[in-house]
Write a protein of this length. Structure first.
Length: 627
């Protein structure tokens, strides 16, 4: 796990200024690779790397890495789990190796097969390969979008990097992309290929770029949407999923540095930790407990699972002061607008975990594959004809007037979910899905921004066109394409790499993903339960409490913070004179949102205000200083 950055000039040599700027760019991502940093310059290209040493920790595997003949150079972020088998294949073809890690294998695989090597890779990655002979640059991103890769094509050059901060250091022109911001203020994240800047894009999962003679060609080598249907029985599917997941975890336990697992005590992390404990005696497990928020605290369940599987368990206890400090740290760390507030808890857990290990396994991806989110059950039940649905549909206008709406209190959370569900019943299926994908309503997000002239397709058109009310797999696939890479995996990457911690995701092994996607929706969820396959595969091996309690997630008390510890920040960034000089937001709409929230008229504005605060913090770091 590392950070990469680079410059590729199409027509003119790399200058000393280019090299200096890239050195600064690599320093901005030093947290991703604290073990070694280096820049190498060629006639038309300059490549930089910040290394987190996981496999072959010797200096021989430092990057940028160059082939013996000097033709190919690679900068690589990620892990190739099947590198040993690929290496054996290359040895038979006459290749020789001087290291024991996966970087040299990937470099020589590209030299041998070019982009065809992507089909052979089992892992997660973002990398660039430069060919000095043909003056060609390639960029590639893994199938599921576990690792990020940003690029900025310009008239005379291509810039790229692991984070947005790279582009400021490289001196790229900065202009806001308001189409992206309209999505951001609804979703709390900016989905690929957009970024907050018009000049920078995200490479999509399963894609690679070929850059030659100033031409940038994008190609797809993996498509989640192209899948056949399996005819396996439920019993056969249960056994196959068990075997495939066992193998996936086993592959991800290969490391030359200390390793562990995140353990919340929920289904996904418990299964991963259970399998890891079978292959690695006394495996380290890590959880977080919230002293001041009992409704959010799952640490007792994690401790119970740890005892059951015999792991060496570590628990961080977090109080109000630590959570508030982490909120400010996260605000300062974001290199692009990203406002999933659960990132704060992941940040704290990653900071603690990185003091003990450098590699961690997580349960990310299981919800999107197996139907584990509350909204999945809600969508499924909303499609059923029942007296309850009819009653709630007619009562929707009245429910909106109920007090509450807090996500961190049992009663308030119930009222919030009931009102949201009843509102959704009044919408067509595709609109219901996008409505529950949003954190803020479309009209408010649109009205909040001054720029209206280049409005893109709405979220309904972008997401809803691929949804099929008669095939619930289309919902799960949509989550895998939208929510998973752009929110969940982005959150984990940013917060773990802030502390030089590598996170591996066994549920996202691409053969497992393809197989689960080929199975009927009825194997995954029904009207009363989600994750049917996982429950059947592992229920006898873990405590009953793992499977019989409500899903929580890494919630934080954002509503309370915005009214207390973050109030000064909100006031500073929403000053009317500042807002009008900034010329991004409609000051009248912003004031209306603030008044309704602070006068306790609308708790649902909390995600929008956190999104605003995150954006403002990023904007002033990117565009100007705030005195």
């Amino acid at each position: 796990m590392c950070g990469i950055a680079g410059i590729f000039n199409y027509s003119q040599p790399i200058s000393s200024g280019d090299e200096e700027r890239l050195q600064k760019a690599v320093e901005t991502i030093a947290h991703r690779g604290p073990d070694f940093r280096q820049v190498k310059t060629f006639e038309k290209a300059c490549l930089g790397h910040a290394r987190l040493s996981i496999l072959d920790t010797s200096s021989a595997s430092n990057q940028p890495m160059v082939t013996e003949d000097g033709r190919y150079t690679i900068v690589f972020n990620g892990e190739i789990y099947n590198f040993k088998s690929i290496r054996s294949e290359l040895v038979k073809l006459g290749q020789t190796f001087t290291t024991t890690g996966d970087t040299e294998v990937l470099l020589k695989a590209w030299a041998q097969w070019g982009s065809d090597c992507l089909e052979r890779l089992n892992g997660f990655f973002a990398f660039a390969v430069y060919d000095t002979q043909s003056e060609t640059m390639w960029l590639a991103r893994d199938r599921m979008g576990i690792k990020p890769l940003y690029y900025g094509p310009q008239d005379t050059r291509l810039l790229f990097g692991s984070e947005m901060s790279v582009f400021k250091a490289l001196g790229i022109k900065t202009e806001l992309d308001y189409d992206a911001l309209r999505l951001y203020f609804q979703l709390t994240y900016i989905p690929a290929p957009w970024t907050a800047l018009k000049e920078v894009q995200k490479l999509m999962p399963g894609e690679f770029l070929t850059v030659k003679d100033g031409n940038v060609e994008k190609q797809k080598y993996f498509d989640l949407c192209s899948n056949t249907s399996s005819t396996d029985t439920f019993e056969n599917a249960v056994e196959k999923v068990r075997q495939m997941l066992d193998e996936s975890v086993r592959m991800r336990l290969v490391s030359d540095v200390p390793l562990g697992t995140f353990l919340s005590g929920g289904i996904d992390s418990s299964i991963v930790s259970h399998i890891a404990a079978k292959h690695l005696s006394g495996v380290n497990t890590f959880s977080v407990g919230f002293d001041d928020h009992a409704y959010l605290d799952e640490s007792a369940y994690a401790a119970q699972v740890a005892k059951h599987i015999g792991s060496t368990h570590h628990e961080i206890r977090v109080g109000k002061k630590e959570m508030e400090e982490a909120a400010f740290a996260v605000l300062n760390h974001f290199d692009e607008p990203f406002a999933d507030s659960s990132a704060i808890a992941v940040y704290m857990l990653s900071a603690y975990t990185s003091q003990h290990v450098k590699v961690i396994l997580s349960g990310d991806g299981a919800d999107e594959l197996f139907g584990g989110y509350r909204k999945h059950m809600a969508l499924f039940r909303a499609g059923q004809k029942s007296a309850t649905n009819l009653l709630l549909k007619s009562a929707a206008p009245l429910l909106s007037f109920l007090p509450g709406g807090s996500r961190t209190q049992k009663q308030g959370d119930f009222i919030r979910k009931l009102s949201k569900y009843s509102d959704g019943l009044r919408l067509p299926f595709a609109e219901r899905y996008t409505q529950w994908l949003r954190w803020s309503d479309e009209k408010t997000a649109m009205d909040l921004l001054l720029d209206k002239k280049n409005s893109s397709q709405g979220l309904n058109e972008l997401v809803g066109n691929n949804l099929d009310e008669n095939d619930f797999n289309s919902v799960l696939l949509s989550d895998q394409l939208w929510l998973l890479p752009n929110d969940m995996l982005t959150k984990v990457d940013k917060m773990s790499m802030a502390h030089g911690l590598e996170v591996r995701t066994p549920f996202l092994e691409h053969h497992l993903v393809q197989y689960v996607n080929s199975l009927p929706p009825s194997y995954k969820l029904n009207a009363s339960s989600g994750k049917l396959l996982l429950r059947s595969a592992f229920q006898s091996e873990l405590p009953n409490e793992v499977f019989n309690r409500p899903k929580k997630g890494f919630e934080v008390p954002m509503e309370s913070w915005l009214r207390t510890v973050l109030k000064e920040q909100v006031d500073k960034y929403s000053n009317r004179q500042l807002i009008e000089e900034q010329a991004v937001f409609n000051s009248s709409v912003l004031e209306e949102v603030l008044n309704d929230f602070y006068q306790l008229k609308n708790n649902s504005y909390a995600p929008l205000l956190w999104s605003f605060l995150v954006f403002q913090s990023w904007w002033f770091k990117t565009f100007k200083s705030l005195g």
